[in-house]
Design a protein around this ligand. Structure first.
Ligand code: VG1
Ligand code: CO
Length: 541
């Protein structure tokens, strides 16, 4: 074993989902090593422990995996389970952590951020429950990076990660496993594969855009090989180190090829896309895009139709900026609904404690307690299962849902790469003005409450402050503003907009039109366009 002397490197604070930086930053001497050692130190050492390691295949994935393995061996780990080729989708990694009762895992990914030498890389630690490290642990990891003086690594040649089976690295066992098999088997226990297979055999057509990222092999194995969808169903199905130049973020802007397919002549019956690491999903029907907040509500209302959920749901949880569409379902079905800050790590306690079965975020993330991450393909299969049982298409399911529950019009406006000082000042001024807002009239609406969201975890009592500024009007409409914690350059400001519509005559409007009043009110109050000099958002979902 070699112990290498090092010095703290500034800025290794994990954000919403792990540490994300430019790939070249991760390639600087000691950068990855310092962070990995800080993780091992923060969890009380790696000695005798078992971990899962894998990533989304982006540039630097292989090299980083070899470094992590040599460091795990040097820190005394007993065994590391690695996806073949160092590949694992985030939900599949979460599953392997749980299935093998390991001590956690290191996932190499910057998720929906572009990949490549000049783009982004990232790493995060998930605990023994398979979920992202909670805030207390990420704080300890960060604290460790600020005081680190040495790390451990063995001197050994690269491990063969292409051959499935066990090998030794120093005193540690390296088990290379098929990245797809266990995950696909889990999906088969949750969903009615025969019903979906019959629907597809009947002529139901699907287009799944894997965006040259990790879900390609998973979607091909499940949709095409197990469920019988035609070859060509999975588009951009080979994971590439730079995602073929695509920005693997499944939204109408970045998955525009899928949108063109679904809005064009002869569109298939169902379209979906996933992100870099496979935990996000976008659902589209012919000529209809499903807002992620609505998707969560549809799944909450229909989950009992899938074999894994026939007993019903313990409850649902959504991130605070996600629309209240799921709340309306929960109320009607008489189950609890929880609100948490943005980021999947906040759902872990609720699932571990058996309070919720389904969770979701407006950022194209939905999942259940089958793992402790959001899960893109899982959501796709749940939609397919519901459609196969109800024998309805996407548009009909949405129309029926709004008839039953009302429509929570929703949109998110992202202002990307704005100057950090401008963004911080905007949020600071907004925060300072919050006490004066209640009672004010803006664009024909009266402000009911305005605050900076604080979360009190009902399970462990932990408190998370400054999780987003929300301004709520007396008719229930609202907007939320927060700064992204996953970007790697400048600041991204997210404006979340919502208004409830209960009149069936108004269920078919364009969300931007339906939300025009709230959009204008948000600009009056926060002055985003005025202060950033932008004429509008870069991405609208
Ligand atoms: C974004 C989303 C958040 C999501 C996070 C990680 O965070 O808003 O809902 O959990 O990305 O998703 P932020 O801080 O940029 O708003 V992923 O698929 O990038 O791991
Ligand atoms: Co992701």
């Amino acid at each position: 074993m070699t112990t290498t002397t090092t010095r703290p490197i500034a800025g290794q604070k994990p954000g919403t989902s792990g540490l994300r930086k430019k790939t070249r930053v991760f390639m600087e001497p000691h950068y990855l090593e310092n962070f990995v050692q800080a993780v091992f130190d923060a969890i009380g050492g790696a000695a005798g422990k078992t971990f899962v390691v894998g990533g989304d295949g982006r540039y630097h994935n292989d090299t980083a995996a070899q470094i992590i393995l040599r460091m795990a061996a040097a820190n005394g780990a007993a065994r590391v389970i690695v996806g073949q080729g160092a590949l694992l989708s985030t939900p599949a990694a979460s599953h392997l952590i749980r299935l093998n009762q390991t001590d956690g895992g290191l996932i190499m990914s910057a998720s929906h951020n572009p990949g490549g030498l000049d783009e982004d890389f990232g790493i995060k630690f998930n605990g023994p429950n398979g979920g992202p490290a909670p805030e207390g642990l990420t704080d300890r990891i960060y604290a460790r990076t600020t005081e680190i003086t040495q790390y451990h690594v063995i001197d050994a040649p690269d491990v063969d990660l292409h051959t499935i089976g066990d090998s030794r690295l120093g005193d540690m066992t390296v088990s290379v496993v098929d990245p797809v098999m266990d995950y696909a088997a889990l999906m088969e226990t949750l969903f009615d594969f025969p019903a979906i297979r019959a629907m597809i055999a009947d002529g139901f057509r699907i287009s799944f855009d894997a965006m040259n990222a990790i879900t390609g092999p998973y979607a091909t194995a499940i949709l095409q090989n197990r469920l019988g969808a035609a070859s060509g169903t999975v588009v951009h199905g080979t994971p590439l180190p730079d995602f073929g130049g695509m920005h693997p973020d499944p939204n109408p802007t970045w998955a525009h090829e899928l949108m063109d397919t679904m809005n064009g002549m002869g569109a298939p019956d169902f379209g979906a896309a996933s992100d870099g690491d496979g935990d996000r999903n976008m659902i589209v029907g012919p000529g209809i895009y499903v807002s992620p907040s609505d998707s969560l509500a549809v799944l909450a209302a229909g989950a009992h139709l899938a074999p894994g959920y026939t007993q019903g749901l313990a409850g649902v949880a959504r991130s605070m900026p996600t629309s209240a569409a799921a709340d309306r379902v929960a109320e009607k079905l008489g189950m609890p609904c929880y609100e948490t800050p943005t980021g999947w790590k906040f759902f872990g306690n609720l699932m571990d404690d058996g309070r919720v079965t389904l969770c979701g975020e407006e950022s194209f993330g939905t999942g259940s307690d089958h793992v402790r991450e959001k899960d893109g393909l899982w959501a796709v299969l749940m939609w397919l299962n519901i459609m196969a049982v109800r024998k309805m298409g996407v548009a009909d399911i949405m129309a029926d849902h709004w008839q039953t529950y009302g429509r929570n019009y929703y949109s998110r406006h992202d202002y990307e790469a704005i100057e950090t000082e401008v963004a911080n000042a905007l949020v600071a001024d907004l925060r300072a003005g919050l006490p004066d807002l209640p009672g004010q009239q803006v664009r024909g609406r009266t402000i009911a409450t305005a605050d900076d969201y604080t979360y009190h975890d009902p399970v462990d009592g932990s408190v998370s402050e400054h999780q987003g500024i929300r301004v709520i009007f007396d008719d229930g409409a609202r907007f939320v503003i927060r700064l992204s914690g996953t970007g790697t350059s400048g600041a991204t400001l997210r404006l979340y907009l919502e208004a409830l519509e209960l009149d069936p005559a108004n269920f078919d409007h364009d969300p931007q039109q339906a939300l025009a009043g709230i959009i204008a009110a948000a600009e009056d109050i926060a002055q985003i366009r005025a202060r950033t000099g932008r004429s509008g958002p870069d991405v609208t979902t």
